[in-house]
Design a protein around this ligand. Structure first.
Ligand code: PEP
Length: 257
């Protein structure tokens, strides 16, 4: 973390978990455990149908609500889809884009990720753009090249003035939901390479200000070590974000003086 230059953001990704009636009890427990995090922004990204309940349950708190996806089109004949404006109108602040599960199961590509980034920014939402390599790609030694391509494509034609809204999440696919975490050094190396890509595109001042999260089996035990790395500015957390005590411990780790 480097709080002098950029915001630390701890974001939970509920994926396809929790029904709407579970949202308020979760929120009450989390608010009691982490009433006013001083240093970090806390975000809870929930399934679309849970958004209204989450907005209501976290209304009187510092927790922002995120969605897990959106459609890249503004409106029209896209049955079953949800637009950026629909989310923004409900009070959603963040949206996860290009999670590896969406790339793997729903055919999302770097190009569709770029379209979604533009849709999110156009509606005033803050995209959390996920990038990451598979185990095979890591073993082939092409991690940095691959991530560079993912980041450059995701940010294509994003103007500099919009970059302060963009969050990047480095999520090695082999670490998501597997219990295998990248070592703090491995994670920092890639986050630092992502910052270098942003520097090459937008200059040092913007690169210094962009929040880059790590995601992949981050939990209450390993968060402090990961967050102590200079280029890791927070976490995108799946499994551990479903348990208020674990999520709150990660928030605490991001709030150490
Ligand atoms: C994720 O869903 O983005 C994630 C990192 O999941 P987990 O923390 O469960 O590995």
């Amino acid at each position: 973390m480097n709080r002098k230059y950029r915001k630390t953001i701890i974001a939970g990704n509920w994926k396809m978990n929790m029904v709407a009636s579970q949202v308020k009890p979760f929120a009450d427990e989390l608010k009691a455990l982490s009433p006013r995090p001083k240093w970090c922004e806390t975000v809870v990204c929930v399934p679309f149908v849970n958004v209204p309940a989450a907005i209501k349950a976290f209304k009187d708190s510092r927790v922002a609500i995120g969605a897990e996806n959106l459609n890249e089109n503004a409106k029209g004949a896209y049955t079953g889809e949800v637009s950026a404006d629909m989310l923004a109108d409900l009070g959603v602040k963040y949206v996860i884009i290009g999670h590896s599960e969406r790339r793997q199961y729903y055919g999302e590509t770097d190009i569709s990720v770029n379209k979604k980034v533009h849709a999110a920014l156009g509606a005033g939402l803050q995209p959390i753009v996920c990038v990451g390599e598979s185990l095979e790609q890591r073993e082939l030694g092409i991690t940095i090249e691959l991530i560079t391509l993912q980041v450059k494509t995701a940010l294509a034609n994003v103007p500099a003035e919009k970059m302060r809204k963009v969050v990047i999440a480095y999520e090695p696919i082999w670490a998501i939901g597997t219990g295998k975490t990248a070592t703090a050094e491995q994670a920092n190396e890639v986050c630092s390479a992502i910052r270098a890509v942003i520097r090459s595109l937008y200059g040092a001042r913007i690169a210094r200000a962009v929040t880059i999260q790590y995601g992949g089996s981050m939990n209450d035990k390993n968060a402090a070590e990961l967050l102590a790395q200079p280029d890791i500015d927070g976490g995108l957390i799946g499994g551990a974000s479903l348990v208020p005590a674990k999520f709150s411990a990660i928030i605490d780790a991001a709030n150490q003086e």
